[in-house]
Design a protein around this ligand. Structure first.
Ligand code: ZN
Length: 863
């Protein structure tokens, strides 16, 4: 098998409207693996049953495979041919048959990390979306569900542990080999198949389900990593309990295994009964993981566990329905994390991510609805839109009907579609029927791309106040004209005059392009709290005086709305400054001071609220992004706040940090606030800051404090910067996940030479293109560093294009994920536009480009 043979020359576009039911079903599959690192023999036996009315050949998709033998009902069969990389088996007028195909794959040279591959001498699989066809010939579409029996055999010493989906029903020895037979009783699509073979150790535990069944839990890692699996195990048990309590969903096998692997294209994968994880979402201890890393572990463990119902028991009919499982499952993991920690802080983080990753996608050349209409390479559609906007669309339905009725809807959905491959339409209909609501217009959220904008104006009708809401949805590629969307808008109004008069929170359902909402009687213009809790994923245009925003930041009764008000105040100030105005920092400083006063009660919220908006988000507010001016003005405001409230920041830092082993909400919040305080203090440029940061770095008993101090030092040019980076490297050079942080903080640096530094770091002996985490740590951090990536001479663009070109032949999925930042060219000045387009063109001129990169680069160039 060569990887080059798996990349077609001409990209084919797949259209949602072309869906046809499968012509053959495969109720049962038996797979037999003779395991080897550079040659694994796969013998597949498919029990096929014709689903089409008339005779049709059986089309089995392949990717880089050659059939070594084909048999039908036990006889050697000559009635087959290759059609490109697919295997066509002529079964005459048979309505059922057993089709056996033998293949050989080479896991060691599978650098794409899709199909069966080797990672640290362990064998593992990744089949979503279309990786199963890189293991054996198969229809490899999610609406073909089978019961799997998997036998695997291999060298006992090399592969002491043999795992697959379901239950291990038999095992034995054969000379220096051993074998295991696994059976999964639940029919599943091929993308949920998994196999792991390697030298692993296990953290075992158990969970007793609501009906009293005991489930054996196992988290499998490399020797030496066992003592970093405790948090993941706790998260797994919490998730199992939460899904029973909140959704009534019980686990359905006697065994649940998780395996952590170092080389992984995404976060994790929900294979039935055998989740496979990127190590970064399993391994955590206070010395090596930050509080944010801990939260990432908890959220991703929950996400993959929740897929057992939203994804596995009810799966997707085709890949256009991806948001059916991903949007819903993200919504579920968000609510789980909110329940485990602070709902307000979790909502702030989720909205920040949506604005940072999804809004730009929706505003650019790669914009697509949460249910796309076409694709060339489905891997390119595992996007913030499908995942995170998808979750917001589910959230809006839940908001409109309330929790009890929403639960009735999801109960009906699971009940109605259990064991089926369903569609987004099925989900919406189940909510309509179960919750008793008409979602006809709401369905537009599945069809229309682009972030809606609400323009608001407050009208005074003789003391009776009302809000005029005008809704527009911007044009996106292929969708020039849009219809208004249905959405829930939560709002409240307050009198700022001290009278206490208020209109309590109300939920308005918007449906029209223009709509008037009555607010009630106020003696003077009220302060408006709008889109509370971010009830709809929209951009609100509503000009408010700084005083009104400051009042809301201090007095709104909804913490999310207080956060939004302070952010808006900061944003308005920064945008005015970047556009050449003379900024008045004092209102912001007073508002930050006021918020800081609440730091004893909720330090986590305060830390989030006083953070300045990111450079990228400031850029998103501008017609033409000026990365240098944005950096300058943001640093200026940070320095002003840093200096004005210097005593506060120093007070926060003067106390002892909570012990790193304390993972309570209060302790995590305390550490977060200390990180923010250090950044504000550093912005002042006071002479003692490097020494102070270095002391925090050296005294730190855990990674949260250590990384925050290191990141602060990395921005400057002190001796302490050099020393701390060196100490950190020496201490953690053998821990890949921590070494990623060492690369990352340097690529995040605000220093003027960061692009050059990244270029040098790519030559570091510890840098490798073979590990996606390492690639993201260095290059992903650079694209998130706006002023560096957009350096006016185009050096940042060149670096990313060079990476894409070098990485594409090895790992097209990960290479393609680096392209979207280059596609934002329309938002920049002409010089940068030209440089960005030139790099996209240079990528496209490469011969033998993958379908993944071709699609992303060509669409990005169109603009
Ligand atoms: Zn998922």
């Amino acid at each position: 098998m060569t990887d080059a043979s798996s990349t077609p020359a001409m990209p084919v576009t797949i259209h949602r409207g072309d869906y046809r039911p499968p012509e053959w079903l495969i109720p049962d599959i038996a797979l037999d693996f003779a395991l080897g690192i550079d040659a694994t023999r796969v013998a597949a036996a498919l029990s096929v049953v014709r689903h089409a009315d008339a005779p049709v050949p059986l089309v089995l998709r392949g990717d880089g495979l050659t059939p070594a033998a084909v048999r039908v009902d036990g006889e050697v069969w000559n009635g087959w041919r290759m059609d490109g990389s697919d295997l066509i088996v002529d079964l005459g007028d048979r309505t059922a048959a057993t089709v056996e195909v033998d293949t050989v794959v080479d896991p060691a040279s599978n650098t794409q990390l899709s199909g069966l591959y080797a990672s640290n001498s362990m064998l593992c699989t990744q089949c979503e979306a279309e990786g199963f066809r890189r293991i054996t010939f198969h229809p490899d579409r999610p609406d073909v569900l089978s019961r799997y029996k998997v036998r695997m055999q291999g060298d006992k010493a090399k592969f002491p542990i043999l795992l697959s989906n379901g239950n291990c029903v038999a095992q034995g020895e054969q000379g220096s080999d051993h074998w295991a037979l696994w059976e999964d009783p639940w029919p599943k699509p091929s993308y949920l198949f998994a196999l792991v073979a390697g030298d692993l150790v296990v953290n075992r535990d158990s969970f007793t389900t609501m009906s009293g069944r005991k489930v054996a839990l196992g988290i499998w890692v490399r020797d030496g990593d066992l003592d970093r699996t405790g948090h993941a195990m706790q998260a797994l048990k919490d998730s199992m309990k939460w899904d029973e309590e909140v959704y009534g969903r019980e686990y359905d096998l006697d065994l649940f295994n998780i395996v952590a692997v170092s080389d992984f294209n995404m976060g994790a994968m929900e294979n039935k009964g055998l989740n496979i994880f990127n190590t970064r979402y399993i391994l955590a201890d206070p010395d090596t993981a930050t509080d944010m890393d801990y939260d990432g572990v908890e959220g991703v463990v929950a996400h993959e566990y929740f897929h057992n119902w939203s994804g596995n028991r009810v799966t997707c009919r085709d890949w256009f329905q991806l948001s059916l499982k991903e949007g819903f499952t993200v919504f579920r993991d968000q609510n789980f994390s909110a329940d485990m920690g602070s709902p307000a802080v979790k909502r702030i983080e989720d909205v920040r991510l949506l604005r940072a990753a999804q809004f730009p996608e929706d505003a650019g050349p790669l914009a697509h609805p949460i249910r796309p209409d076409s694709y060339q390479e489905i891997s390119n559609f595992y996007t913030a839109t499908v995942y995170n906007k998808g979750a917001e669309i589910i959230r809006m339905m839940a908001t409109m009907v309330g929790p009890e009725r929403f639960r009735k809807g999801t109960d009906l959905y699971f009940d109605r579609h259990d064991g089926e491959a369903a569609t987004c339409e099925d989900f919406v209909r189940a909510i309509e029927d179960g919750a008793g609501v008409d979602l006809t217009q709401f369905r537009r959220w599945y069809e229309q791309a682009g972030t809606p904008r609400l323009s608001l104006s407050l009208v005074d009708d003789g003391g009776q106040w009302a809000l005029d809401v005008q809704q527009t949805v911007p044009p996106t590629p292929g969708q020039p004209d849009k219809q208004p969307m249905m959405m829930p808008l939560k709002l409240a109004a307050f009198a700022m005059d001290g009278s206490g008069a208020a209109m309590p929170e109300m939920l308005v359902t918007l449906t029209d392009a223009t709509q008037r909402v009555a607010l009630g009687a106020f003696a003077a213009r009220p302060a408006l709290s709008i889109n509370r809790g971010f009830s709809a994923p929209v951009i609100v245009d509503y000009a408010r005086a700084p005083g009104e925003l400051a009042w809301l930041a201090a007095n709104d009764d909804d913490p999310f709305a207080r956060y939004e008000a302070l952010q808006q105040l900061m944003l308005d100030t920064l945008v005015a400054a970047v556009s050449g105005g003379t900024p008045d920092h004092s209102v912001v400083i007073d508002a930050v001071a006021g918020t800081l006063a609440g730091r004893q009660t909720d330090p986590a919220f305060v830390a989030e609220a006083v953070l300045l908006p990111s450079e990228a988000f400031i850029g998103d507010q501008m017609v033409t992004v000026d990365p240098d001016a944005i950096r300058r003005e943001r640093l200026a405001l940070q320095a002003a706040i840093g200096a004005a409230l210097e005593r506060e920041w120093r007070a926060i830092l003067s106390g002892a940090a909570p012990p790193a082993t304390d993972l309570s909400r209060a302790a995590k919040g305390g550490r977060r606030l200390r990180g923010v305080a250090l950044a504000y203090l550093a912005a002042t440029g006071r002479d003692d800051v490097p020494a102070l940061a270095f002391r925090i770095f050296s005294d730190a008993d855990g990674m949260t404090e250590r990384q925050a101090a290191l990141a602060t030092l990395a921005h400057g040019d002190s001796d302490e910067r050099v020393a701390s980076l060196d100490i950190f490297y020496q201490r953690y050079r053998d821990n890949p996940l921590v070494l990623d942080k060492w690369f990352q903080v340097q690529a995040w640096s605000l220093r003027a030479d960061t692009v050059h530094a990244v270029k040098e770091l790519a030559q570091h002996p510890d840098f490798t293109l073979a590990n996606p985490n390492r690639v993201r740590a260095l290059y992903g951090a650079l694209t998130g560093n706006q002023a560096a990536f957009h350096q006016a001479d185009g050096a940042g663009y060149r670096l990313i294009a060079d990476l894409v070109i070098a990485l594409d032949p090895k790992n097209p999925q990960t290479a393609a994920r680096m392209i979207p930042p280059l596609g934002r060219w329309k938002r920049f000045d002409e010089g940068r536009q030209r440089l960005m387009r030139a790099e996209l063109e240079r990528i496209l001129a490469q011969p033998g480009l993958s379908r993944d990169v071709t699609e992303q680069a060509s669409k990005s160039l169109l603009g």
